[in-house]
Design a protein around this ligand. Structure first.
Ligand code: ZN
Length: 286
């Protein structure tokens, strides 16, 4: 095989190499490596990088989270040191997740996901989008980001006779993704149809051993046990924020099997704290 010769410009002047093209293969996607003979063609490393970029564009990460990376996640933006501590811990777990996404012992990608739990605005979606982007970039896997509420609307629109999309065409890339982010779990009205759809996604991914990163505003368990004799039949206000009020017991236990819970908040006091901060910011218009 012949050595690559840069194309000649007008009047036989050699064209400067295009700085946008890969210097190794000059944009051809393959290069010749010495093999003691005429050399053999091999796929250039830039192609793997390109594939990472292409896969990243296909993840469906919303515009505002597209540039989120673990390095841009702020762990010091709360006045409460306990919250900062918790954010740091969540960041460490996320970084470790990316670093160990390929299980070298098992020689396969990991099957466990993460369950990022915390109130709105604390950075769950930033972390989830960052982990997804970094895994896709580093391991060249097919990843998908899905806002669960938007997904339900999308599926509902297929019930319309004029729709050209089918439910299967929407769900297939989601259940097939090598890493899925399911954002805002529990934010939807828990109708039977919603639960069935979620069960279908979770169960398919579970049986295929594919990892999922969930985010939710709902907590896994009550922070304090109910005091005896206190409002026995009344549903306490904080219980309404439990994930078990939004998902069936089967799905909650499946969630435990599929994902490592990562709390981005310490206790109920911090929830109120966050809410206060939000309200305050709203009032001062920042
Ligand atoms: Zn190249």
């Amino acid at each position: 095989m012949q050595e690559f010769v840069p194309p000649k410009g007008p009047k036989g002047v050699e064209v400067e190499p295009d700085p946008n093209l890969c210097p190794e293969c000059h944009g051809r996607g393959w290069r010749v490596v010495a093999d003691g003979g005429a050399g053999s063609a091999t796929r250039c490393d830039c192609q793997k990088r390109e594939r990472g970029k292409e896969y990243l564009a296909q993840t469906g990460i919303p515009e505002r989270y597209r540039r989120c990376r673990l390095s841009t996640f702020k762990t010091t933006n709360s006045a409460n040191p306990h919250v900062c501590e918790q954010l740091k811990r969540a960041h460490t777990i996320s970084q470790r997740y990316v670093d160990r996404f390929f299980d070298s012992k098992e020689q396969r990608f990991r099957e466990a996901g993460l369950l990022l739990i915390g109130p709105p605005g604390v950075g769950k979606t930033h972390l989830a989008a960052a982990v997804l982007s970094e895994v896709v970039e580093r391991y060249k896997v097919r990843g998908k980001f899905v806002d669960f509420t938007a997904l339900l609307h999308q599926i509902q629109s297929t019930f319309d006779n004029s729709s050209t999309q089918s439910k299967a065409s929407i769900l297939t890339p989601i259940v097939d993704a090598e890493l899925l982010v399911l954002d805002e779990l529990g934010a939807q009205k828990p109708t039977e149809w919603v639960r069935d759809t979620l069960y279908l996604i979770m169960n398919t991914r579970y049986t295929r051993r594919l990892p999922t990163i969930f985010t939710t505003n709902y907590r896994l368990e009550s922070p304090t046990p109910p005091k005896p004799g206190m409002g026995g039949d009344r549903v306490r206000k904080e219980d309404q924020a439990l994930l078990s009020t939004r998902l069936s017991d089967l799905l909650v236990s499946r969630l435990y099997e599929m994902a490592q819970p990562v709390k981005l908040t310490i206790n109920s006091a911090d929830w109120d704290y966050r809410r206060e901060v939000k309200m305050f910011q709203h009032r001062i218009g920042s």
